[in-house]
Unconditional design. Structure first.
Length: 277
């Protein structure tokens, strides 16, 4: 096993008009406080922003100087498109994804860099996230992903095997499989599937890396026929690619459609108690 001594990484974040300025400020500051600092923070503004967000960004540009690159898109184009544009501006091979309303543990990126440095076969790495509603230190639930690549591949046949808000991946590998592509609310899952099908390996650190802001709004986004249909389309892609069989395809379509069409309180329960098992 070889060793790559990675020490530099980029951070990729997208923000849009409806985000809260105080959340964005907390998210950026959690990256500024990393035990292993970044020299390349790429912030994509997905369309025009509210005044509060622009004020936070202007202040951070003064603080961070050249370490913060702000990429402004003329109109809102969705997360996948915004991240694709941002990837082009990242100057390092390793890219840490970060959402504009979450809070990273101070040693998150250092722990992930250590994985890539000692396991050169790994192309993507995430870890445990702790969901919260108001207080980051009052944990509602934990998302614990599968650890090894074999477990990740098996898990991916049913559910998303990585926690997107805290993934770190190799830029060259993501670009090699076509980067993020339009897939309503499932751009990340679709990308991970293409990575795994191409033979790239993953690993998930079995420790908390991120405080993730959740609440009922997160579950409301996973509702309705549109989301149900996009999930069926994703599982059909898996079946057509030979990643899953007909039995798993039918089972997943039924379970996910029921979840998407359930009342919000029941869907929240299903995600926390059933779908993540």
């Amino acid at each position: 096993m070889g060793v790559n001594n990675y020490s530099e990484y980029s951070v990729l974040m997208s923000v849009y008009n409806k985000e809260k300025p105080e959340y964005l400020k907390q998210a950026i500051e959690s990256i500024q406080a990393q035990s292993l600092p970044t020299d390349d923070f790429v912030l994509v503004c997905d369309g025009s922003l509210n005044e509060g967000l622009d004020t936070v960004i202007a202040g951070k540009q003064q603080e961070m100087g050249k370490a913060l690159s702000v990429v402004r898109l003329a109109k809102n184009s969705g997360l996948g498109n915004a991240l694709n544009e941002g990837i082009k501006h990242c100057t390092n091979e390793l890219i840490a994804r970060m959402d504009s309303d979450d809070i990273a543990y101070f040693d998150r990126c250092e722990k992930q860099i250590a994985v890539f440095s000692t396991h050169p076969e790994v192309s993507i790495c995430s870890g445990v996230v702790e969901e919260f509603t108001t207080d980051p230190y009052t944990v509602d639930t934990k998302r614990v992903p599968p650890e090894t690549n074999a477990e990740i591949v098996e898990f991916a046949k049913k559910r998303n095997p990585f926690n997107h808000p805290c993934v770190m991946y190799k830029k060259s590998v993501v670009e090699a499989v076509g980067s993020y592509q339009d897939f309503y609310l499932l751009e990340d899952y679709y990308l991970w599937l293409r990575l795994l099908m191409a033979g790239y390996q993953g690993y998930n650190i079995q420790e908390p890396l991120l405080h993730m802001r959740a609440g009922s709004d997160m579950y409301k986004r996973r509702a309705g026929w549109k989301y149900a249909k996009t999930q069926v389309r994703l599982f059909k892609f898996m079946k057509d690619s030979g990643f899953i069989g007909n039995g798993q395809y039918i089972k997943s379509c039924v379970i996910r459609s029921e979840s998407s069409l359930a009342p919000n309180w029941l869907r929240k329960f299903m995600f926390e108690k059933v779908l993540r098992k």
